[in-house]
Ligand binder design. Structure first.
Ligand SMILES: Cc1ncc(COP(=O)(O)O)c(C=O)c1O
Length: 379
């Protein structure tokens, strides 16, 4: 089967010697805006492109506010601080995950708790979440307390894996009942909708990444989206070294972070955002081609979950078992076709191996079987 796949993929990505998993596409005003930015001399964290980007992304996601950051990880870090996460608090997230949210939890000196995902979304499972909370926590003074550690579970970060929305409305309801702050990791899901509402807008705070491998990029960059004016104001303050506004003086009222996206990166991103609708159409067409192709094989192509419109950031297939998976990975990669397995479970990384977790049944099942296949825009 790998041979047929190799032939199929070479047909899609004509002329390419090496076919990458996800390459950026610069086909619009990128050079023009970058050179305008350089000519203006405002290449750092102040400038019209950063403000323009914030307006554009807020409009695109239908959020009231957007705050630009240097990357998605810093946006997660600041979101956790805004959620009130402190030393020794606990934060629930999925074990089948990119490492960024777990790192951000650690930056706050808090601890992650890992809960299972659903097989059909690869995102945090509301059933597993509810079952973990019912079995392991109690409520005291409107705080969710972990019965085992006696620590407060302050926040939860579900993720929309590879652009496929998880069951975020159910997750939201469960967290509300347990007084847990919802931060959505929508790093990979710009342009993905759950029941017609943009991912990242269900929680009080949502995070997006514009790393070079994402659907649109600023080289490095991220943002926080929110409908809460107060949180937006605090996010901007924390990400801009907590400097108080003054014509010429330097006053900082708390420990802040130098996390604001530079204007140069924002210039690239504004041009990229002008193309995003076309990119999404193109990526959804590619996913359709893959689906038709894999129908004729015994591999399962991962389709967008019900009630969702996915950006299909990375296309995935599910192989029979780990042996089949490794065979496929070896064959494709030695033929210059970049394919990658899904992430390692976070609780198996040395720094999180002590973390509390549930049985992670689906996470383990998916970890052995999922492979990501080339997904760049084909324009
Ligand atoms: C799910 C997820 N969360 C967070 C991040 C962190 O974003 P960044 O690389 O911009 O720091 C990424 C990816 O890069 C990601 O895929």
């Amino acid at each position: 089967m790998s041979d047929e796949f190799i032939a199929f993929i070479r047909k899609i990505y004509k002329k390419k010697k090496k076919i990458f998993l996800h390459e950026p596409k610069f086909i619009g005003n990128e050079k023009k805006y970058l050179s305008q930015c350089i000519d203006s001399s405002f290449v750092s964290s102040v400038g019209k492109f950063v403000n323009k980007f914030e307006k554009k992304i807020a409009k695109f996601t239908n959020s009231k506010f957007a705050i630009a950051t240097v990357n998605g990880t810093s946006a997660l870090h600041v979101s956790l601080l805004l959620a009130g996460v402190k030393q020794d608090d606990e934060v629930i997230t999925q074990s089948l995950n990119f490492v960024a949210s777990c790192n951000a939890i650690s930056y706050c000196n808090a601890k992650p708790i890992f809960v299972d995902v659903d097989r059909d979304t690869m995102g945090l499972s509301p059933y597993a979440l509810k079952s973990f909370l019912v079995k392991n926590t109690f409520i005291k003074n409107k705080r969710c307390i972990n019965a085992k550690t006696k620590k407060i579970i302050r926040a939860c970060i579900p993720m929309h894996s590879y652009g496929h929305p998880c069951r975020i409305d159910e997750i939201k309801k469960i967290l509300k009942k347990h007084y847990i702050f919802l931060i959505e990791d929508a790093a990979e899901s710009l342009g993905s909708f759950y029941k017609k509402k943009h991912t990242g807008t269900f929680g009080k705070l949502g995070v997006i990444s514009f790393n070079g491998n994402k659907i649109v990029t600023s080289g490095g960059g991220g943002c926080i989206i929110t409908n809460n004016k107060d949180l937006a104001k605090k996010a901007k303050h924390l990400t801009t070294t907590a400097k108080l506004h003054h014509k010429w003086d330097f006053k900082h009222d708390i420990v802040g972070y130098n996390y604001r996206m530079p204007n140069l990166n924002a210039a690239l991103l504004v041009a990229q955002l002008e193309k995003i609708n076309g990119f999404i159409i193109n990526k959804r067409k590619l996913a359709n081609k893959y689906e038709l192709f894999f129908r004729k094989t015994n591999y399962n192509f991962f389709k967008e979950p019900k009630n969702c419109k996915s950006n299909y950031w990375l296309n995935s297939i599910i192989l029979k078992n780990k042996i089949e998976r490794d065979k496929f990975l070896n064959k494709t990669n030695s033929n210059n076709i970049m394919t990658r397995p899904i992430w390692k479970l976070m609780n198996e990384l040395p720094m999180f191996k002590e973390a509390q977790h549930d049985n992670l049944k689906n996470s383990r099942w998916l970890e052995e079987r999922v492979v990501n296949i080339p997904s760049s825009v084909t324009l």
